[in-house]
Design a protein around this ligand. Sequence first.
Ligand SMILES: Nc1ncnc2c1ncn2[C@@H]1O[C@H](COP(=O)(O)OP(=O)(O)O)[C@@H](O)[C@H]1O
Ligand SMILES: O=C(O)C1=C[C@@H](OP(=O)(O)O)[C@@H](O)[C@H](O)C1
Ligand SMILES: [Mg+2]
Length: 258
Amino acid sequence: MTELDKLRNQIDHWDQQLVKAFEGRLETVMEILEYKRKAGLPIYDRSREEKVIKRILGKLNKPEFKQETETLFRQIIAISKKIQSKTLFPFNIVLIGFMGTGKTTIGKLLSKGLDMEFVDLDTLIEERLGMKISQYFEKEGEAAFRKVEKAIVEEVSSRANIVISCGGGVVLDQENIANLKKNGKLLLLQAKVETVLERLKEDDTRPLLKAQDLVVKIKDLLDARGSLYIKSADYVFDTDGKKPQDIVDEVIKRLLNH
Ligand SMILES: Nc1ncnc2c1ncn2[C@@H]1O[C@H](COP(=O)(O)OP(=O)(O)O)[C@@H](O)[C@H]1O
Ligand SMILES: O=C(O)C1=C[C@@H](OP(=O)(O)O)[C@@H](O)[C@H](O)C1
Ligand SMILES: [Mg+2]
C-alpha cells in the first residue's frame, strides 16, 4: 500500500464517521421536532442557532479551521431546518395580496426562517423577459404581461416545498389560483389603502400605480379585486402597523396550528 493509499483509507474512515454522525444528528432533529409538536413548544428558535454555533466554535481543537467549521455547521443547521420544514409544511407557501402588502418582503423572510427556497414570481418574470415589468408594460401592455405571468405561475406551481411570492394580479385569472392551489396553501396579506399608499408612494416599479390620484387608483383596483383575494385565500393576515418579522412569526404560528 502506498502512502497515498493509506491517506485515502483515512479519508474513507472519516467520511464513514461523518455520515454516521450526520444521520444520527438528523434522526435526533426529527425526534426533537416530534417532542416539541406533542408538547406544543415553539419549533423555530433563532437564538438557539447562534448558541449552538458559539458552543461548537468555543470547543474547537484546531482553531485554524474555525471559519470552515462555522460554514459547515451553518449548513448542517440549515439542512436540519429544511427537513423540519418539509415535514411540517408539505406544501408550497404562496403569498397573495395587493401591491405593497409585503408579499415579497414577507416571502423572503419566511423562506430564510424556514430554510425553504424562495421564488418571487415578478423577479422570475423580469429575469425571463430580460427587462423590468414596468418596461414590459410600456412596450407590450398589460394583457401580454398577464400571459407571461400565467405561464410562469403554471411552471412554478409544479414545484414543491418552496415559498412563492406572487404579483398582486395573479388572482385575476382563476386558472392561476387553481394551479397555485394544487401544491400550495394561499396566504393573503392585507393592508389598508393608507398603508399601501405610505409603502409605495415613492415607488415607481408598479406600472398600475402610475396615476394622478393614487388613492383613487388603489381604491378602484381594490374594489375590483377585493373579493377575488378573499375567495382565493386559505389564510388571511392583516399587516398594518406590524413589523415584517412579527408577521412572519404569526404566519408560522398559524400554519403550525393546522
Ligand atoms: N410590514 C411592513 N411594514 C413596513 N413596511 C413594509 C412592510 N411590508 C412591506 N413593507 C415595505 O413596503 C414596500 C412594498 O413591499 P413589498 O414586499 O415589495 O410588497 P409586495 O410584494 O406585496 O408588492 C417595501 O418598501 C417594503 O419594505
Ligand atoms: O397588482 C398587480 O397587478 C401587479 C403587481 C406587481 O407585483 P406586486 O404585487 O409584488 O407589487 C406586479 O406583478 C405588476 O406590477 C402587476
Ligand atoms: Mg412583490
